[in-house]
Design a protein around this ligand. Structure first.
Ligand code: AMP
Length: 249
C-alpha cells in the first residue's frame, strides 16, 4: 500500500505574524517558514505504518512555490521515501489544493492519503474533506489513532463529545489531530540522506487543474488588542466587581 502525505509550507509556529500595512495579507518577507505542525504528525504516522510493514512507500507532496522543496526534504529526512512538488506561484485555496492532490493520488495509485487536520496559516480545515469528496473515498477526520487492517483502516476520532471509532474501507482519506503521535526529529545523517532521495516537480497545469481562486480576500486585520488584566485582593472583591462592574458582551 502506498501512502500519500500532503505537507504544507507555512509560517513557523513560533513566529508572531504581522499584517501588511495595506491590509492585503500577512507579511511573509524574511519570515521563517516550516512544515505545518499537523503535517509532521501525518508524516510520522505514515512512516510508522511503513516501518511496521503495513505500507510499501510514503510519498510526500506539497503544492506551492519552489521553496516548498525544503518542506519536502524535511519530510524525507524523517522517513518519507520520495516527494512530489506541484509547483505554482498562484495563491492556492483549499479547493485548488484538493484538486491537485486528487490528481497526484490518482497518478501515484495510492491507497491512503494522510493529511493534517488543518494548516496553521489559514486554519481552513477543508482540504482533506474536499479531497475525500473529489476522490469519492471515505474520510476520517481528526484522527487520534489509526490502525490499518486488511483492506480497511480503523480510526479513532477526536470529536466534541469525546472519541469516536469508525472503520473505513480503503482507499481512504485520513486527517490527523494533535494527539496521534509525537513526531521524531530529523537526525543529521538522515537530513543528508534526504538530499539524495527523489524529488519530482510537476507544474500545476500539467495536472490539468484550474487553480484560480474562488474566494476573494477583502482585507486582513490584526485582532483587537486585549485590555490588561487586574489582580484582585480576595474573593469578596471579585464577587463585588462581578456584581457591580462586569458586563455581558
Ligand atoms: P487546510 O484545509 O488548508 O487547513 O489544510 C489541511 C491539510 O491539507 C494540511 O494539513 C495539509 O496536509 C494539506 N494541505 C493544505 N494545503 C496544502 C498545500 N499547499 N500543499 C500540500 N498540502 C496541503
Amino acid at each position: 500500500m502506498k501512502i500519500l502525505v500532503p505537507v504544507k509550507r507555512v509560517v513557523d509556529f513560533n513566529v508572531k505574524v504581522r499584517v501588511k500595512a495595506d491590509g492585503t495579507g500577512v507579511d511573509l518577507a524574511n519570515v521563517k517558514m516550516a512544515m505545518n505542525p499537523f503535517d509532521e504528525i501525518a508524516v510520522e504516522e505514515a512512516v510508522r505504518l511503513r516501518e511496521g510493514g503495513l505500507a510499501s512507500e510514503v510519498i510526500a507532496v506539497s503544492c506551492g512555490v519552489t521553496a516548498a522543496q525544503d518542506t519536502l526534504r524535511t519530510a524525507m529526512a524523517v522517513g518519507a521515501d520520495r516527494a512530489v512538488l506541484v509547483e505554482t506561484d498562484a495563491e492556492l485555496q483549499p479547493l485548488a489544493v484538493a484538486k491537485l492532490l486528487r490528481a497526484v493520488a490518482e497518478r501515484e495509485g495510492v491507497q491512503l492519503v494522510v493529511l493534517g487536520k488543518q494548516a496553521i496559516d489559514d486554519d481552513a480545515n477543508q482540504t482533506g474533506q474536499m479531497l475525500s469528496a473529489l476522490l469519492g473515498w471515505p474520510q476520517a477526520t481528526f484522527a487520534s489513532k489509526v490502525v490499518v487492517g486488511d483492506n480497511k483502516v480503523t480510526v479513532t476520532r477526536e470529536i466534541d463529545g469525546g472519541l469516536e471509532t469508525i472503520e473505513l474501507s480503503l482507499p481512504a482519506v485520513v486527517t490527523v489531530d494533535l494527539r496521534l503521535n509525537e513526531p521524531r526529529f530529523a537526525s543529521l545523517p538522515n537530513i543528508m540522506k534526504a538530499k539524495k532521495k527523489p524529488l519530482d516537480t510537476l507544474k500545476a497545469e500539467e495536472l490539468g487543474v484550474d487553480v484560480a481562486p474562488r474566494l476573494k480576500t477583502l482585507s486582513v486585520a490584526e485582532p483587537p488588542k486585549r485590555a490588561g488584566g487586574v489582580i484582585l485582593a480576595n474573593v469578596a472583591e471579585l464577587v463585588s466587581r462581578l456584581r457591580d462592574e462586569a458586563k455581558v458582551i
